[in-house]
Design a binder for this molecule. Structure first.
Ligand SMILES: O=c1ccn([C@H]2C[C@H](O)[C@@H](CO)O2)c(=O)[nH]1
Ligand SMILES: [Zn+2]
Length: 132
């Protein structure tokens, strides 16, 4: 699947967002090594801190399904610039995805920012840092 198709999947996922508080819908689509696509949307909660972002929804769906090898991630929201994943998602993406994996950030106008996981979170805290 090419990046255009992956971004289209992210847009479809965005339509399923549960965002009654922020009204800010986000969609993500994660491509696995075996060609499967895991879609995710943001899911909010009346206890605001429990809101889960689209990126983490997609990643956690894939990982918990036993699919642990990823080749690309697309994220979309109705933003002026290509959507910017939050710090928590950047950290989780850095942990579970290859550092050279492509990330396609986009918006409904069609602007695209293409980067790698390591560019998304330079100097990420990793498991390596835990070892003495
Ligand atoms: O990249 C992002 C940025 C924000 N959100 C969600 C979290 C919350 O539900 C809403 C507003 O921050 O958007 C995402 O899902 N992904
Ligand atoms: Zn996030």
């Amino acid at each position: 699947m090419d990046k255009i198709a992956l971004m289209e999947e992210a847009k479809k996922a965005r339509e399923l967002a549960y965002a009654p508080y922020s009204k800010f819908k986000v969609g993500a689509a994660l491509l696995t090594e075996n060609g499967e696509v895991y879609k995710g949307c943001n899911i909010e909660n009346a206890a605001y801190s429990l809101c889960n972002c689209a990126e983490r929804t997609a990643l956690f769906k894939a990982y918990s399904d036993g699919n642990k090898q990823y080749t690309a991630l697309a994220v979309v929201a109705d933003t002026d610039r290509p959507v910017s994943p939050c710090g928590a998602c950047r950290q989780v993406i850095s942990e579970l995805c290859p550092s050279d994996m492509k990330v396609y950030l986009t918006n409904l106008k069609g602007d695209v920012a293409e980067m790698t996981v390591s560019e998304l979170l330079p100097g990420a805290f990793t498991a390596e840092d835990l070892h003495e």
